[in-house]
Ligand binder design. Structure first.
Ligand code: HEM
Ligand code: HEM
Length: 133
């Protein structure tokens, strides 16, 4: 599967859960899990969709194993982070280490994405420096 297809499909599933969560918060009047809802939508919908657009614009990268690993890592770490943050905000300290470790994974995975972006741009510059025949 292409990394962009995985990004778009996972983003849609995660935002449906995130919106359902938002509706449940609004309906119950209990906004205590707001940070978990916010990050499910921001990491799971906004960020994943943006990754998908970037990969779609760069077809070679889109078909690479590295991009697929980056997207899968993001999906899994986002779900784990949201569970951890949800536990914290419902008074369960067990969520603390879960949120801590997964936030570092998310951070590392963003650094990995950044590396792919920079590496791709450098490769593009090298190619464009070669005169066309
Ligand atoms: C059906 C759709 C949604 C509903 C019903 C909903 C509902 C809510 C509710 C009730 C809150 C708590 C507000 C508060 O206590 O101040 C909230 C916070 C938040 N939501 Fe949603 N939400 C929805 C979709 C989204 C989406 C798609 C995103 C992101 C793309 C998002 C991002 C946020 C953020 C960032 C906050 C925290 C805002 C703050 O810092 O005050 N939400 N949402
Ligand atoms: C490793 C990734 C991230 C970590 C560990 C993190 C951590 C946090 C923390 C601790 C808060 C305060 C929550 C509270 O009020 O209790 C927060 C709030 C917020 N963050 Fe993040 N964040 C991350 C990524 C992001 C990203 C990528 C976005 C946007 C695309 C974002 C948007 C926000 C917003 C809008 C708020 C205010 C709403 C809220 O309180 O939940 N965060 N974040």
């Amino acid at each position: 599967m292409k990394a962009s297809s995985l990004s778009f499909q996972a983003a849609v599933l995660l935002v449906l859960v995130g919106m359902g969560w938002g509706i449940a918060m609004a309906a119950s009047g209990d906004h205590s899990t707001m940070p978990a809802h916010a990050h499910l939508n921001l990491l799971g919908w906004v960020s994943l969709f943006l990754f998908g657009i970037f990969y779609h614009l760069h077809p070679n990268l889109d078909r690479s194993r590295a991009a697929l690993v980056q997207v899968w890592t993001w999906i899994v770490a986002t779900v784990v982070l949201v569970v951890g943050v949800g536990l914290i905000h419902t008074g369960r300290t067990a969520g603390d280490p879960i949120a801590a470790v997964s936030s570092l994974v998310v951070f590392g995975d963003m650094a990995f994405f950044g590396w792919l972006v920079y590496r791709r741009n450098r490769a593009g510059e090298v190619r464009s420096a070669v005169p066309a025949e």
